[in-house]
Design a protein. Structure first.
Length: 135
């Protein structure tokens, strides 16, 4: 027999999780609140999906964390889709090509509770995270 087996692994969690998913459209600049009800971790590093609606750069910053620097994504092309995993420092496009050179390596994070997020640039941005919760 010949063939290929494709396996997708997901992380094991000791506690129940709640999936966080938040999509926003930025046309220049936007600020919004994102509630992160984590019972176990102080900081959560989400996956961010970016779909630019123009060329240029995109800046994403958590204003609720005093010493945090913004995640800056440079040289964006119109409709170029990027996936940024802030937990394992992975940046790829929709063809799974490495795009690590496009970010400034200031990884984005949430803190437990309310987070005030600012996005500067033109794009659809989606935040995804698995948050451990108490039952």
């Amino acid at each position: 027999l010949k063939g290929m087996l494709i396996v997708e692994f997901q992380p094991y969690f000791k506690h129940p999780i709640r999936k966080l998913k938040k999509s926003v459209f930025s046309n220049g600049e936007i600020e919004f609140l994102l509630n992160c009800d984590s019972s176990y971790k102080d900081l959560i590093y989400p996956i961010i999906k970016v779909e630019p609606t123009g060329k240029g750069k995109l800046e994403i910053k958590n204003l609720s964390i005093a010493d945090s620097e913004p995640l800056i994504i440079n040289d964006l092309e119109n409709e170029e889709k990027l996936i940024i995993d802030n937990n394992i420092y992975l940046v790829v496009n929709d063809k799974e090509q490495n795009m690590f050179h496009k970010v400034n390596r200031e990884w984005f994070k949430f803190r437990a509770g309310k987070n005030k997020i600012r996005i500067i640039g033109n794009a659809k941005v989606e935040f995804l995270a698995n948050i451990e919760v108490r039952v």
